[in-house]
Design a protein around this ligand. Structure first.
Ligand SMILES: C[S@@+](CC[C@H](N)C(=O)[O-])C[C@H]1O[C@@H](n2cnc3c(N)ncnc32)[C@H](O)[C@@H]1O
Length: 277
């Protein structure tokens, strides 16, 4: 299957999966490779035959949906966002938690890939925030629909490339070298609980102080689905809580009830408590 065949196939198929071509343009190669592999498994000659197969076998859309998961991530992705989380957002959220009598902040990494984002939060907390916020703990729920990614997350061993944005001192303190990989020490894993969930059909039945939903909903999903999931995400934020999206993403529509966290492109807060640090 050549590139232009794959592009026209994706432009036809993605809207039917409530996804959008604009999000996949740059990362289509890995999706095209997976689809080509799927065609070989099914013994089909090309994308036209695959269209017919999808029409005759509606369950195949589930397999195609799986081919469209982009699982790229890395530690401390978008350094400025993590720096701001450490410097302002998490200390403010910790102060709010203490004011309402809570001893633990609840964070959710929605679409956590191999755990890089959730563990980055745990590292940020230990190395930067905890000394500023005595008496407050941290719990992180990290969910993804891809079970292979979740297996990698639980194993917590990474290539040097996925750690390249992490402060070197943190890497040295928190990882143990095992052959060519860096494995996160158990002390940094204990705050993180992983779960398998597809955001489109299930979300946690509780509220969070901070939700990270980056490089997933607001890149790959259709605008209508973005709007629907944004409402669902907002319902899971505590008053005064914050939502982080990808550095190159924007929220659909008016995003009523959310305002930009001062100085931040990708961090939004809900109304409620006074957020002055
Ligand atoms: C590009 S990665 C982003 C990882 C991380 N949030 C980051 O920004 O580095 C997107 C992740 O979302 C997951 N994903 C895709 N569709 C999903 C869905 N419907 N529900 C939950 N997770 C999904 C993929 O498996 C993948 O691990």
């Amino acid at each position: 299957m050549n590139d232009s065949d794959c592009i026209s196939f994706l432009q036809w198929a993605l809207p039917q999966l409530r996804m959008r071509w604009a999000g996949f343009r740059k990362v289509r190669k890995q999706v095209c490779k997976r689809i080509a592999r799927r065609l070989r498994v099914l013994g089909l000659p090309g994308p036209d035959a695959y269209r017919g197969y999808l029409s005759a076998n509606p369950d195949e859309w589930i397999a195609l949906d799986r081919c469209c998961r982009i699982t790229i991530s890395r530690f401390y992705r978008d350094q400025r966002v993590f720096d701001l989380l450490g410097k302002t957002v998490l200390p403010v959220l910790a102060k709010q938690a203490l004011q309402r009598g809570d001893k633990c902040l609840q964070l959710w990494s929605a679409g956590c890939a191999g755990g890089e984002e959730a563990y980055s939060l745990a590292l940020l907390w230990e190395h930067r925030v905890r000394p500023l916020c005595p008496g407050v703990g941290l719990q992180i729920l990290a969910t993804d629909s891809d079970s292979h990614s979740l297996d990698r997350a639980v194993a917590a061993c990474y290539s040097p490339a996925s750690l390249k944005d992490l402060p070197v001192a943190w890497r040295e303190a928190a990882f143990q070298r095992r052959n060519r990989e860096y494995c996160l020490l158990p002390a940094y894993r204990s705050a993180v609980v992983f779960g398998c969930q597809d955001l489109r059909s299930r979300m946690p039945a509780r509220r969070f102080d901070l939700i990270l939903c980056r490089n997933l909903v607001f890149t790959y999903f259709s605008i209508e689905l973005q709007q629907q999931l944004l409402t669902d995400l907002q319902q899971r934020l505590r008053p005064g809580g914050a939502l982080v999206i990808g550095a190159h993403e924007s929220l659909p529509g008016t995003a009523a009830g959310l305002t930009r966290w001062s100085g931040a492109q990708a961090i939004f807060r809900t109304g409620g408590a006074d957020l002055a640090p």
